[in-house]
Design a binder for this molecule. Structure first.
Ligand SMILES: CC(C)(COP(=O)(O)OP(=O)(O)OC[C@H]1O[C@@H](n2cnc3c(N)ncnc32)[C@H](O)[C@@H]1OP(=O)(O)O)[C@@H](O)C(=O)NCCC(=O)NCCS
Length: 174
């Protein structure tokens, strides 16, 4: 179990579907996200494809963020285990609108990064973000990620070509 004083993380489960749908369906808050479900069955499919085992090469593993005080799901973190050598990961984080602006994402990312560098000995962690997604950029820079690259109109999301900025963080920088 990965946890801090305020939150804990655990693998997403089938019964989390309604709660995850309630904040992931918010197309305004999630306008820079690729996955914005319109129906509950899309969340069921999203959960069903979560791997059984953590840290599998070329997999995305989804964790939910649980606020300890109320035991409610307030968001999720996706970990992309990149490549076959097992030394690099990509992270994505989503919080319900109601729980933003209180430090929960910073806390959740911090304990995830700690776990990846310390327990799993990862070498480098990246994040891919739309340059217009200022909340996400502030989150990454607060955690010490560096802006490494800016790709022009390299992703086709929600019907339009958008820029992609890559942030990076090395174990030696953490
Ligand atoms: C990206 C995202 C998770 C960031 O959430 P967030 O609420 O800004 O981040 P945190 O939970 O860490 O909160 C930090 C903010 O709370 C404030 N804050 C208030 N109380 C705090 C506390 N006790 N501790 C820390 N920060 C606190 C901080 O000052 C900061 O505000 P600022 O950014 O205006 O300086 C959120 O915007 C989101 O879910 N967006 C939609 C999904 C998305 O686009 N994800 C990115 C895909 S990679």
């Amino acid at each position: 179990m990965i946890e801090s004083d305020k939150i804990k993380l655990r693998p997403i489960e089938a019964q989390d579907n309604a709660k995850v749908f309630s904040y992931r369906r918010d197309s305004v808050t999630n306008k820079y996200q690729g996955f914005v479900p319109k129906a509950l069955h899309e969340v069921d499919a999203f959960i069903a494809k979560n791997p059984t085992d953590f840290n599998q090469p070329e997999s995305w593993f989804q964790l939910v963020i649980i606020k300890k005080e109320s035991n409610e799901i307030i968001g999720d973190i996706g970990i992309h285990f990149i490549g076959d050598d097992g030394f690099q990961c990509e992270l994505g984080c989503t919080l319900s609108k109601k729980h933003q602006g209180k430090g929960f994402a910073t806390d959740a990312m911090k304990i995830t990064i700690d776990y990846l560098f310390t327990s799993l000995n990862k070498h480098r962690i990246t994040a891919s973000v739309d340059p217009k997604n200022t909340d996400s950029i502030r989150l990454l820079e607060r955690l010490g990620f560096r802006n490494e690259a800016h790709f022009k109109e390299s992703l086709f999301i929600n019907g339009e070509w958008v820029d992609d900025v890559i942030y990076g963080l090395l174990k030696s920088e953490w």
